[in-house]
Ligand binder design. Structure first.
Ligand code: MN3
Length: 200
């Protein structure tokens, strides 16, 4: 099974002014495309070729660094594109909002916790909102291209929201101001998609 680079569900300038078109185009056509190609290369001719990304991640500790880094890079960006939208922003509703309130006290407290996880992840990585195996919501972050589906993850579960905090995700527009990029991100979060993934 070969993994394919998905099309973005919106145009490269669709997330302006929060995430600029040039960053989106390079991020998708260069970075994500390279992870996808190298992931396929790394599993080609191995037993992993017939597995889903989720199955590969469940035993990632036994795989090569090329599979871990590029498989994560492939999957994480697929999720990242999906949980953003030109019509995003605002607040979640219904069951998702209730679960957020239960786990974090309030939506604002959740935003604060997620933003801090994203801002304080040293070097390159991702912040996550994860539905754990008990159905509870947890905020975490991971280095490099690791994700919560991997057996090596500090917090394991189903990722339902994520932000890429590699410099390539924001440097053209925000330079070293990662917190400004994180603040802007909230304006493009696709809560309908996050809620869909929460329902699972
Ligand atoms: Mn990236």
């Amino acid at each position: 099974m070969a993994f394919t680079l998905p099309k973005l569900p919106y145009s490269y300038d669709g997330l302006e002014p929060y995430i600029d078109a040039r960053t989106m185009e390079i991020h998708h056509t260069k970075h994500h495309a390279a992870y996808t190609a190298k992931f396929n290369e790394a599993i080609s001719g191995t037993p992993l070729e017939s597995k889903t990304a989720e199955e590969i991640f469940a035993n990632i500790s036994t795989a090569s660094p090329a599979v871990r880094n590029n498989g994560g890079g492939y999957y994480n960006h697929c999720l990242f594109w999906e949980i953003m939208s030109p019509k995003g922003g605002g607040e979640p509703t219904g069951d998702l909002l209730q679960a957020i309130n239960k786990a974090f006290g309030s939506f604002d407290a959740f935003k604060e916790k997620f933003s801090t996880a994203a801002a304080t992840r040293f070097g390159s990585g991702w912040a996550w909102l994860v539905k754990d195996n008990s159905g509870n919501l947890v905020v975490t972050s991971s280095p490099n291209q690791d994700n919560p589906l991997m057996d090596v993850a500090e917090v394991k579960g189903t990722p339902i929201l994520t932000i890429d905090v590699w410099e390539h995700a924001y440097y053209l527009k925000y330079q070293n101001l990662r917190p400004d990029y994180i603040s802007a991100f909230w304006n493009v979060v696709n809560w309908e998609e996050v809620a869909r993934r929460f329902k699972g």
